[in-house]
Design a protein around this ligand. Structure first.
Ligand SMILES: [Zn+2]
Length: 176
C-alpha cells in the first residue's frame, strides 16, 4: 500500500492556517486503490483542509478523465470528470465512517483519503456514459439490428408454394 502513503492527510497540521494538498492521480492510483468501477484515469486533485467548529472540512476538487467501459459497446472510453466535493471529519475515540462524517482517533489524527477520493470520483460518473457516435463501435451494429427488424419477413403459408413454383418455372426458362 506504499503507493497510497502520499494520500495521508494530517488533521492536526490543519489547526490554524488552512492546509492544502495537491495530487495527480493516474493509473497507478486506481490500481493501488483496487476499485471495480475505475481502473484507469488521469485527474488533478486539490484538497483543502479547514477546521470548522471542532471538526474538519476536507474540500476536494478534481478534474480530468477516467477510462471506463462504454455502456453501449463495452469498449474503454474516456469520461471527463470535474467536481468539488467535501468530506466532514471529526476526532473521536476510534475510526468510524458514517458516510457523511468520518471519525478519526484522537490518538492518531491522520486519515488516508485515497479510498474516499476514489469514491468521490466514482460518484461523478454519469449513470449513462457512451462514446460519441463516431467513435462507438456499437453504433453501426445497432443500426443494422434495427434495419433487420424492419425487414422482418412475414411468413405467409400461401405465398411460399407459389414462389417455389415460380422459381421452378424461372429455372426452367433460364435453362433453355
Ligand atoms: Zn461505445
Amino acid at each position: 500500500m506504499g503507493t497510497l502513503d502520499s494520500y495521508i492527510v494530517s488533521l492536526l497540521g490543519a489547526t490554524g492556517d488552512n492546509v492544502s494538498y495537491q495530487w495527480h492521480v493516474g493509473d497507478d492510483f486506481f490500481s493501488a486503490v483496487g476499485g471495480t468501477e475505475i481502473q484507469e484515469g488521469s485527474l488533478d486533485v486539490t484538497l483543502r483542509v479547514r477546521e470548522t467548529s471542532g471538526a474538519y472540512a476536507l474540500d476536494f476538487s478534481f478534474e480530468g478523465t477516467v477510462r471506463i467501459p462504454c455502456d453501449r459497446c463495452l469498449e474503454p472510453m474516456d469520461q471527463p470528470i470535474a467536481a468539488s466535493r467535501s468530506l466532514r471529519v471529526k476526532l473521536g475515540d476510534e475510526y468510524a465512517d458514517d458516510g457523511d462524517l468520518i471519525t478519526v482517533p484522537r490518538t492518531e489524527p491522520t486519515l488516508n483519503v485515497a479510498w474516499n477520493l476514489y469514491e468521490l470520483i466514482a460518484l461523478e460518473i454519469p449513470l449513462r456514459h457512451v462514446h460519441p457516435q463516431a467513435q462507438c463501435s456499437a453504433w453501426s451494429a445497432s443500426s443494422e439490428e434495427e434495419a433487420t427488424e424492419d425487414a422482418s419477413p412475414r411468413e405467409d403459408s400461401d405465398e411460399t408454394p407459389t414462389d417455389s413454383r415460380w422459381n421452378a418455372l424461372k429455372k426452367l426458362i433460364n435453362n433453355k
